[in-house]
Ligand binder design. Sequence first.
Ligand SMILES: Cc1cc2nc3c(=O)[nH]c(=O)nc-3n(C[C@H](O)[C@H](O)[C@H](O)COP(=O)(O)OP(=O)(O)OC[C@H]3O[C@@H](n4cnc5c(N)ncnc54)[C@H](O)[C@@H]3O)c2cc1C
Length: 407
Amino acid sequence: MNYVIIGNSVCGIATVEGIRKLDKKGKITLIGNEKYKAYSRPLISYLIEGKTDLNKINYRSDEFYEENKVHTVFGKKVVKIDNDEKKVVLDNGKEIFFDKLMVATGSKPFIPPIAGYETVKNKTSFMTIDDAKYLMEHIDISKNVLIMGAGLIGLKCAECLLGKVKFISVVDLADRVLPSILKKEEAKSVQDVLEEKGVKFYLENSVASFEKNVAFLKDEQVLPFDILVTAVGVRPNVELVKEIGGVVNRGIVINDKCETSLKDIYAGGDCAETFDISFGDKRVLAILPNAYLEGETAGENMAGGNKTFDNAIPMNSIGFFGFHIISAGTYDGEKIAIEEDGNKRIFYVKDDLLKGYMLIGKVDKAGIYTSLIRNKTKLSTIDFNAIIKEPSLICFDKKRRDEILTN
Ligand SMILES: Cc1cc2nc3c(=O)[nH]c(=O)nc-3n(C[C@H](O)[C@H](O)[C@H](O)COP(=O)(O)OP(=O)(O)OC[C@H]3O[C@@H](n4cnc5c(N)ncnc54)[C@H](O)[C@@H]3O)c2cc1C
């Protein structure tokens, strides 16, 4: 069997691991257009903070590719899939043939169409090691940085630049930080933490235009800056599959075996749409655990297995200067809030199911709540009142404890 994987990141690596569970011998070719070994994208801010380095940021050991007999093609981009001839074409014209193909191409930063954007000098996104290197080369304590986007990527960037630049401004259309993860009150707590450290937020606002390194905001404020970081969202890399007629919505459409609509072509991770069981519909869940589980599922199925991944939910673990929030699922249904010693636990319950939660401050044992959502556990079958006060496996009968521990 000849396996080809496009994308050398979490989902691509998980695909290798999935394949190798069942097929120790088949040929695996892993193609990635970044020149690095797979790395943990969430750690790029730690590179700037000096908390990690280019070796420690690697997602797997140095021996991973050799141990798994993976032929690597790094620094090359796949420009075309030919599913009739079962081959992919690289940007240097080279062709690589496959029996089974995995598309794990992730996403790219969205660049909003803002007048004058092209006149801005010193601008970057914040998604790759190269972006982090760019910032490290351009920042110093005399520089003002403007970040467009108060989502996770924008805030992680702000956090790692604090103390290394003169001033950081963050502009976002939304009325709060982390708008896709947090409700207003919790978002305000995160905003307070960052404001206390010196970040200035311009919310419910946007850049109307740029003139070189001056941003003119919608409310007519004027912000001069030295470096611009664009972090207003991402777009799934779907083009390779779309061009050959694969079904694509916002992301590549896959089933619970991670098969696309095209024979022998699989997809997963940030480039694909997943059925979110807490939301009740398909959407792009651009989070690391999802990318891993889909890659692993695709890999096993490519190697002849019969694995399904049918309990995806959004999950986030966020920490800024010792202030921690863990959240999962959707905030739909009756809200139950518990506050104790400055820690908050907020639950959303609907139709006898836990739909979502946020833990603020004390975030241990969150996995118990996550498993209640993932397993669609009927709350009337457990001592939910005890669990929301103090998450403990003791609240479950033995069968349920075993299920949670093995999930
Ligand atoms: C700053 C930052 C912080 C984050 N923090 C968190 C967090 O705290 N928790 C969390 O769960 N998630 C976090 N994420 C999201 C997480 O990193 C992604 O969900 C995860 O990396 C997705 O993995 P993936 O393999 O699907 O795609 P990606 O990691 O995007 O990798 C796709 C790879 O495919 C390559 N590629 C694309 N097209 C081609 C082509 N045509 N040919 C060859 N190669 C190609 C790309 O260059 C890339 O290397 C964060 C992301 C960023 C940027």
